[in-house]
Design a protein around this ligand. Structure first.
Ligand code: SAM
Ligand code: SF4
Length: 340
């Protein structure tokens, strides 16, 4: 067995940087592919195992080792995603394990919100610092039609519970879809007028499974941006570990609006994030290649240096942009597989 490095002596490598001088401060870590919702644009037929040959999802210790390696490589922010991450029974332990690294100052989760009302204060006590809740419609019937789950009220109660638990702001993700919610800006604005919610419209992205839905419902965030600017909303400056949203504020609103427009020119120029799938593969882009396997280096603590070297080395293969404009969605069949 190779000598075990003493953790205090493992040196921080240079900040993760790719061949285009982009620096990576942000890790999106998927902890399960499983989901209990059936969103029309993601898992319209519900979750089906993807022929993983019975490989299980990352264990708590594997998650601990991934977090530690990324923390030593300059990661400041981690987002837990999936699938539905809160389906993991050990979700609170996972939060605590990631927060063992003082370098990781921000730990967020993206969730469909169905467990929020019950568990959000436990998650906060365990060290969660941020929440993104997916809500595509403020109309309970439309919410049901999109998600396949009649849980609008529970999710709203969950958001209230998050504020009660002490979160000062909650982010809400809304996938923008033509003829579904793209003309509902005013009702979303009314909802955030007195609530500290950052509502983020995400342009529908084309996935391997979702080509026809994409052609039917894709609409550019430009539609929303033009309306916001016309109503006096102003664009905020980004900081280095921020996500990809363009954030707008307005003096009359407590809430904010974010726009995530992956089809916009230069979207990839500010890329600061990497992804690890629930099977332990490093994905350099949401719409990238097969992923770089890390799992063989997650079994023991003494493998940490090799793990860091593989992550750093793999980054050299990151391409300058995605190829969505050419209709090339990589291997991404749907976003539940490496987390949106
Ligand atoms: N289950 C959790 C949830 O829904 O919040 C986390 C995983 S989900 C894959 C992460 C985010 O990706 C969600 O906000 C979801 O709306 C978004 N998403 C999924 N498929 C998408 C697509 N084809 N285009 C744009 N956003 C998508
Ligand atoms: Fe599940 Fe999230 Fe995909 Fe909806 S978007 S099916 S909640 S993983």
């Amino acid at each position: 067995m190779p000598a075990s490095p003493v953790f205090g002596k493992v040196l921080t490598l240079q900040q993760l940087t790719d061949a285009f001088a982009r620096k990576f401060y942000y890790l999106r870590l998927s902890i399960t592919d499983v989901c209990n919702f059936r969103c029309t644009y993601c898992l319209p037929d519900g979750y089906k195992p993807q022929g993983h040959n019975n490989k299980s999802f990352l264990s708590l210790n594997e998650i601990r080792r991934i977090s530690r390696a990324f923390a030593h490589l300059g990661t400041e922010k981690v987002r837990l995603t999936g699938g539905e991450p809160s389906l993991r029974r050990d979700f609170s332990e996972i939060i605590a394990a990631v927060r063992e690294n003082p370098q990781i100052r921000q730990l967020a989760v993206t969730t469909n919100g169905y467990r929020l009302a019950r568990d959000v204060s436990t998650w906060r006590d365990a060290g969660l610092t941020g929440l993104n809740v997916s809500v595509d419609s403020l109309d309970p019937r439309q919410f049901y039609a999109i998600t396949g789950q009649d849980k609008f009220r529970e999710v709203m109660n969950g958001i209230d519970a998050a504020f009660t638990a002490g979160f000062s702001k909650v982010k809400v993700n809304t996938v923008l879809m033509r003829d579904v919610n793209h003309s509902s800006l005013q009702s979303f604005l009314n909802w955030i007028k007195d609530r500290p919610i950052q509502l983020r419209f995400i342009e529908l992205m084309e996935t391997g499974d979702g080509g026809s839905l994409f052609r039917k419902h894709h609409v550019s965030g430009e539609v929303i941006r033009a309306q916001l600017i016309q109503q006096g909303w102003q664009l905020l400056a980004r900081s280095r570990s921020d996500g990809p949203a363009q954030v707008f504020t307005h003096p009359d609103y407590l809430g904010e609006i974010g726009l995530i427009m992956p089809y916009e020119k230069d979207f990839c120029a500010s890329c600061n994030r990497l992804r690890v799938s629930a099977l332990g593969n490093l994905h350099l882009c949401l719409f990238g290649d097969q992923g770089i396997p890390l799992r063989d280096l997650l079994a023991e603590d003494w493998q940490q240096q090799a793990l860091m070297d593989r992550i750093q080395g793999g980054l050299g293969r990151k391409k300058q942009t995605h190829f969505l404009h050419q209709g090339n969605t990589g291997i991404t069949q749907n976003l539940s597989f490496i987390g949106g």
